[in-house]
Write a protein that binds this ligand. Structure first.
Ligand code: ADP
Ligand code: ASP
Ligand code: MG
Length: 448
């Protein structure tokens, strides 16, 4: 049976500094259904931590990065006095961070440990901001419940183990208090720290909501909902009041950064409604994502995902032979590589892979390429962007004319449509992609 609880998630800009944290604390103070709060690291912190893990930095650069992280915490601490329990934990965590940052080389497990410090630190500070408003709040270590495998950098959650741990350790606490926990981080079966991949706090909020059987998830960010395209790119982008789980999942998958790609999975699996709104302007409304099928047909949004890799694998020997695709996909799955778009001909296959910038784990490694090269000719193209039109019942014939008109100005590398009526995707050169998105938005979404 589901509870009445709401899980609230606050992203990096929402907890970037003291005034921002205070606005978020007020949102919780005004909504007594919120019992579990998931916070990100303060804006900028995870980027510094990623640089620390990349081992390009020499000792003095590492010290500068540590200083930059500490300065962000200190600016918030100047406005707060931490209660003894929080002060003790905060100092200890900061000491652990400083010691790890001294090491010149880190194992993949230590990299995740390093990346975890942003959320671990911000959650101490945010708990105090809530307490100062009179909210009965405690901090809770997400690693006690968010159980994952040990694929460091992009761990896969263990849903059953997470639900069991939440039942034993977390749900009893929610009856009496508002619990503040960390997004993005979890732990493997041996208790070692893991992370869910960049932007993973949204996913954590959804996983925890599922584990505590919450009724809704509120994602508080820096925009008043999900827009028809990134509002930073198109000033005429408009917020979308309602989206189905399918539409929202497609948007997140194909680059609407406002939601981590996997966020909708637990929500849709467990029927938990998701709201996306702005912590700067909570009264302004936002987007509700729910199970109901959208009765609005056609294109509702355009998204883009930069830094895509196009792999073309060719083998003339495969003409009329079977098993070529199976061989390729077996190797890709051995390397845990997830494929987005696929097009095939008799002797070749072209696939796209994500190579997210600032990721702590690159998608394509050399060993995988070597394996593939043993039986086919492999070409790798970089600097591409995947542009996706998202909606319901998208039918190419309805948009063909307008779309061809827009796209005729650009070099289209690959087109995919048909597997789902929720998207129509193509690959363009990265240097043109902002312009492509703006033109498509103007032609297909601003006149509608
Ligand atoms: P947070 O730190 O709160 O997780 P993010 O930076 O990850 O926030 O996501 C919010 C950003 O997502 C917005 O500032 C916006 O620029 C970007 N974005 C991209 N596509 C969209 C879209 N379709 N609708 C709304 N925001 C979008
Ligand atoms: N702090 C992590 C990141 O910047 C997770 C998140 O904010 O969602 O990627
Ligand atoms: Mg985010």
């Amino acid at each position: 049976m589901s509870s009445q609880y709401t899980v609230a998630k606050f992203g990096g800009t929402s907890v970037a500094n003291y005034p921002a944290m205070l606005r978020c604390a007020q949102i919780i103070h005004n909504d007594n259904q919120v019992r579990l709060v998931t916070v990100s690291a303060s804006a900028g912190v995870t980027n510094h931590l990623v640089t620390l893990t990349q081992q390009k930095a020499n000792e003095s650069q590492r010290l500068a990065l540590v200083e930059a992280v500490v300065a962000i915490q200190d600016a918030i601490l100047q406005q707060l006095t931490l209660d003894t329990d929080l002060a003790k934990g905060f100092e200890q965590t900061l000491d652990e961070f400083k010691s790890l940052a001294l090491l010149p080389a880190l194992s993949t497990q230590q990299c995740d440990e390093m990346l975890s410090f942003g959320e671990r630190l911000s959650s101490f500070l945010f708990t105090q901001v809530l307490r100062n408003l009179g909210v009965n709040a405690d901090r809770f270590d997400a690693r006690k419940v968010l159980k994952t495998d040990n694929r460091f950098g992009k761990a896969t959650p263990d849903i059953v183990a997470t639900a069991e741990a939440a039942q034993s350790h977390l749900i009893p606490l929610l009856e009496r208090k508002v619990i503040v926990t960390q997004g993005f981080i979890g732990s493997d079966p041996y208790g070692q720290t893991t992370t869910l991949g960049r932007g993973g706090s949204d996913y954590s909020a959804a996983l925890l909501a599922e584990a505590i059987k919450a009724q809704s998830i509120h994602i508080w960010t820096d925009v008043v909902g999900i827009f028809s395209t990134d509002p930073r790119l198109c000033s005429k982008a408009t917020p979308i009041a309602r989206l189905s789980f399918d539409e929202a999942a497609e948007m997140a998958t194909f680059g609407a950064k406002v939601l981590h790609p996997a966020t909708i999975l637990p929500a849709s699996r467990s029927g938990i409604a998701v709201f996306v709104g702005s912590s700067r302007d909570p009264q302004a409304g936002g987007t509700w994502i729910e199970r109901e099928k959208s009765n609005l047909q056609g294109i509702r949004a355009v998204t883009q995902r930069k830094n895509q890799i196009l792999l073309t694998l060719k083998s003339p020997e495969m003409l009329l032979a079977s098993g070529f695709l199976a061989r390729i996909f077996t190797i890709l799955s051995e390397y845990n590589i997830s494929v987005d778009l696929v097009t095939t001909s008799e002797i070749s296959v072209a696939i796209t892979l994500d190579n997210a910038q600032n990721s702590s784990r690159p998608e394509l490694d050399q060993a995988c390429l070597e394996q593939l090269s043993k039986f086919c000719h492999v070409t790798v193209e970089n600097n591409l962007t995947l542009v996706a039109l998202i909606g319901s019942q998208i039918q190419l014939k309805q948009h063909q004319m307008n779309l061809m008109q827009v796209l005729s100005d650009f070099n289209i590398r690959l087109i995919c449509h048909g597997a789902s009526k929720h998207n129509l995707c193509f690959l363009v050169e990265q240097s043109h992609s902002d312009h492509v998105v703006q033109s498509i938005h103007a032609q297909l979404l601003e006149s509608a």
